[in-house]
Ligand binder design. Sequence first.
Ligand SMILES: NC(=O)C1=CN([C@@H]2O[C@H](COP(=O)(O)OP(=O)(O)OC[C@H]3O[C@@H](n4cnc5c(N)ncnc54)[C@H](O)[C@@H]3O)[C@@H](O)[C@H]2O)C=CC1
Ligand SMILES: O=C(CO)COP(=O)(O)O
Length: 344
Amino acid sequence: MPHRDVEKFQIGVLGAGSWGTALSMLLADKGYSVTLWAYEAEVAREIVEYRENRSYLPGIALPDTLTATADMSLAVREKDMVLFVVPSHVMRETARNVSREIARETLLVTASKGIENVTHRTMTGILKEEMIHIPEEQLVVLSGPSFAREVGEKRPTVVTVASCSSDIARRVQEIFAGPAFRVYTTEDVMGVEVGGAMKNVIAIAAGVVDGMELGLNTRAALITRGLAEIRRLGVAMGASHHTFSGLSGVGDLMLTCTGSLSRNHTVGQLLGQGKTLDAILKEMRMVAEGVKSARSVYNLSAKLGVELPICNEVYRVLYEGTTPREAVDRLMNRTLKQEFHDLM
Ligand SMILES: NC(=O)C1=CN([C@@H]2O[C@H](COP(=O)(O)OP(=O)(O)OC[C@H]3O[C@@H](n4cnc5c(N)ncnc54)[C@H](O)[C@@H]3O)[C@@H](O)[C@H]2O)C=CC1
Ligand SMILES: O=C(CO)COP(=O)(O)O
């Protein structure tokens, strides 16, 4: 896009948590007009006043060209692209609130990671239901190994965007790509979304393993078998198995299971050290999506008849009072298997 057109391209971002803020910064740095909506009025004020999101992304200077508001309409009206980065459990109400103000031509991109409880819809699944006037190909996912803080610090980061239209995926690729942000495309929307949601559940398990100090062998095994579970459920939901070898699959899984910046890993680590979920969540302002997605994945496992032993143990530890030790013992004592029994 020539510079003149970049300035005219209006982008709205819904969700001023760490990820919405980092992506808004990236887009504003590229010259786009960006309006970022914050759920808390004080966060919008903070950004306007200090050019910093002190609540969710402290220490990262935000460009003057980034506008922040607590008025949702301002962030979606007359925009060429709207980016949804709210926690997954408020995606539906957020989409419903803005649906009538979004024009048919608008590109909708979601960077949130989760599967809705009860309906088991992915984020684009929710947008499709709540924005029936927007053609499906304009529903795009952005995902991959990308801690918001590191994107804010402009460290080289590589992600994937998915749309069922390769043309639209390429357009969105161009919009986000920059010297420190490389973007690949794919048409496998379901694969990218299932990978992004399930890696959070496995990251909780990896955190438990680290919190219990079980060692590096255990963690490597858990990541590998976790990937097998992600692939199995993803394929059952219509994804291509190749996608799970990519950035939004094994890439994000590795990052979240081993990175100290991961909130999901932190939740698991504290559970592994003996804290209760209630106590952990009380002290957390940020969202750890795996906590809610674990319930969706547990129910999907039963509904689709897909074996997901690690995810199911995460669910039991979170919601049924199973201790981390019992969960590990149960996983280690399952019937012996051939490694790729589900791929044959
Ligand atoms: N932080 C990161 O490094 C990354 C986050 N994501 C995903 O982005 C999504 C958003 O997460 P973060 O930006 O990390 O959030 P965060 O954990 O930094 O902050 C929580 C956000 O939720 C908002 N919020 C709380 N209650 C709300 C409500 N009722 N309605 C609307 N918003 C509400 C808060 O205002 C805040 O913006 C999640 O799905 C997360 O998995 C994806 C990739 C990287
Ligand atoms: O999705 C993420 C990185 O790609 C962030 O992971 P956490 O939500 O566990 O911090």
